[in-house]
Write a new protein. Structure first.
Ligand code: GLC
Length: 570
């Protein structure tokens, strides 16, 4: 068990802001930094401690800011450096920390380093990127890019291919080159010296590629091979992160969370075991993969509760065992909306949103709330393909139509379920034009048509709203150290309807019961708990009292947390 005092970020809750879609202060249809500053008091009122901003740097926005052309300046569409300084200061004045996205697996092809790099093999920047000679007149291997096509792009004037694991406008940096690492460390110092409180590190598990660039297997009816075997958790990734920690991070009191695709818990502990001094947390994808199927992410499957229990419990237990710390999330700017994917965004929207919040926020780790989750924002169910902006979505549309010959209806169904743009539609503040996000005639991405019934103003008018429930969850985390420190134990593992677990502390226990059933069900409290004194800390329905035999009746999507006195940690 960790020391009760812990690190500040272990007791914290993070609120993720997607700057383009949060609040538009100059009414040009795109959210901006001043818009965020205007809404800091909202985030404070919710109770979050840390704000994570998706990339705000200069960028051609091929991938919405994940293609950076200048790491030290603010994208003009979002504001100026003065605006950022003000945002940071106001946040700190309110006691909110700010972390930024560090996107250093790749840059934009418009970054001056890349422009120099592609001038010739003799350029002093050539080696900043990963260039390979053609093999028998073809690409050096079969890797496909995450957003469609090969991950190699040929540049005729150079006579070589460069690697891009993402769009071709996102060339991969060559971390083997010590100069590249120093450049990255300098960029980090630049922001840390301004006083930011940490970084979320984009696809950090991909920065070290296997030197022999082995072909990948071809799965999910794709034309190209997966690059993961050759690029995820590569041979030098931990050397690089140790170096980063020693040279930069260890000099500041900051928090880091690495996005680590294709990293299971055994691999993950290597990043976050405190004794290894690399990162503080990682975002894993194991629970995101539970509804993948023949078309990967865009399959029609729904997750199975037993699998979810298995995955989340494994991460809880293994992280605790290996001196690591979990990041806890249901959604972010790359995923569908939580309530649509894991709950029910129709009849049970409010209760299932609260239930999901309870399940996650009572676990050990640092919870991340994605903007709008706290009011139960949903996927978009009525958009046409012309309403979408995201390049992953447009690629899957083409593939479904042209390669797999699925119907328009099947294609759009998959997109409505999983497109990243589900999460990127503007924040719904009130029922005025554009949901109060912007006064522009047209917003960069259409507002979800349900904004009149789901918005912040309405939520704040209703004491039973998802907003106030999330506020209470955060408050409870702040008030009860057992949520940070208690030992996790899954109970009733084979119950197909209920996810229940204990958090066991020194002199009390939390019992968390979350139903995924859409009907009333009975649940039996474990024998060793049922005779002990208990009180309900939070629940999303009527008070749940159990009878003498320990039976509780759970409403559809019920969530209830009991604080139980007496049972001690073994
Ligand atoms: C990460 C980001 C995603 C982006 C990709 C490439 O997965 O979260 O939005 O498209 O990396 O940078």
């Amino acid at each position: 068990m960790m020391n009760e005092s812990g690190k500040w970020w272990q007791k914290s809750v993070v609120y993720q802001v997607y700057p383009k879609s949060f609040n538009d202060s100059n009414n040009d249809g795109v959210g901006d930094l001043n818009g965020i500053t205007e809404k800091l008091s909202y985030i404070k009122e919710l109770g979050a401690d840390i704000i994570w901003l998706n990339p705000i740097y200069d960028s051609p926005h091929v991938d919405n800011g994940y293609d950076i052309s200048n790491y030290r300046s603010i994208d003009a569409s979002l504001g100026t450096m003065m605006d950022f300084d003000q945002l940071l200061k106001r946040s700190h004045d309110l006691g909110l920390k700010v972390i930024l996205d560090l996107v250093v697996n790749h840059t934009s092809d418009q970054h001056p380093w890349f422009k120099e790099s592609k001038k010739s093999k003799n350029s002093s920047y050539h080696d900043y990127y990963i260039w390979k000679n053609p093999v028998e007149g073809h690409e050096p291997n079969n890797w496909g890019s995450s957003f469609g096509g090969s991950s190699w792009e040929y540049v005729k004037s150079v006579g070589q291919y460069y690697l891009h694991l993402f769009a071709k406008q996102q060339p991969d940096l060559n971390w083997e080159n010590p100069k590249v690492r120093q450049e990255v460390f300098d960029v980090m110092r630049f922001w840390l010296d301004k006083g930011i409180d940490g970084f979320r590190m984009d696809v950090i598990s991909l920065i070290s590629k296997k030197p022999d660039f082995p072909d990948g297997t071809i799965v999910q009816k794709k034309k190209f091979g997966d690059y993961y075997y050759g690029a995820a958790n590569g041979p030098r990734v931990h050397d690089y992160l140790k170096e980063m920690n020693k040279e930069v991070l260890s000099h500041y009191d900051v928090v880091t969370v690495g996005e680590t695709p294709h990293t299971n818990v055994e691999e993950a502990v290597k990043y976050v075991d405190r004794r290894r001094q690399e990162l503080d947390m990682v975002f894993h994808f194991d629970h995101m993969h539970l509804d993948y199927g023949e078309y990967g992410k865009f399959s029609k499957n729904r997750f199975k509760l037993l699998d979810l229990k298995d995955v989340l419990s494994r991460w809880q237990t293994e992280m605790a065992k290996h001196h690591g710390w979990n990041s806890l999330y249901w959604s972010n700017h790359d995923q569908a909306r939580a309530v649509s994917r894991f709950g029910n965004d129709g009849k049970y929207r409010v209760s299932s949103a609260k239930m999901l919040g309870t399940l996650l926020h009572m676990m050990q780790g640092t919870p991340y709330i994605y903007e709008g989750e706290e009011i139960g924002m949903t996927n978009v169910h009525d958009a046409k393909i012309s309403d979408y902006n995201d390049l992953e979505t447009l690629d899957i549309y083409n593939r479904f139509q042209n390669d797999y010959h699925l119907t328009e209806e099947e294609t759009m169904k998959a997109i409505h379920m999983k497109s990243r743009d589900n999460a990127r539609t503007p924040m719904q503040w009130d029922e005025s034009k554009n949901a109060g996000f912007s006064k522009a005639d047209k917003t960069w991405l259409k507002v979800n048509s349900n904004f009149r019934s789901i918005n912040v103003a309405r939520a704040k008018d209703n004491p039973d709203s998802v907003f106030y429930y999330y506020q209470k969850l955060i408050q409870i985390r702040h008030d009860y150290p057992i949520i940070t420190t208690g030992q996790y134990r899954l109970i009733d593992a084979n119950n197909p309807n209920v996810f229940s677990y204990e958090r066991i502390g020194n002199d009390n226990t939390l019992l968390v019961i979350c139903s995924f059933a859409e009907k009333k069900i009975q649940y039996k409290v474990p024998d060793d708990l049922k005779k002990l004194d208990h009180k309900v800390l939070i629940s999303n329905g009527d008070q749940y009292e159990w009878d003498t035999s320990g039976d509780v009746v759970l409403q559809p999507y019920a969530a209830v947390v009991y604080l139980i006195q007496g049972k001690e940690m073994l």
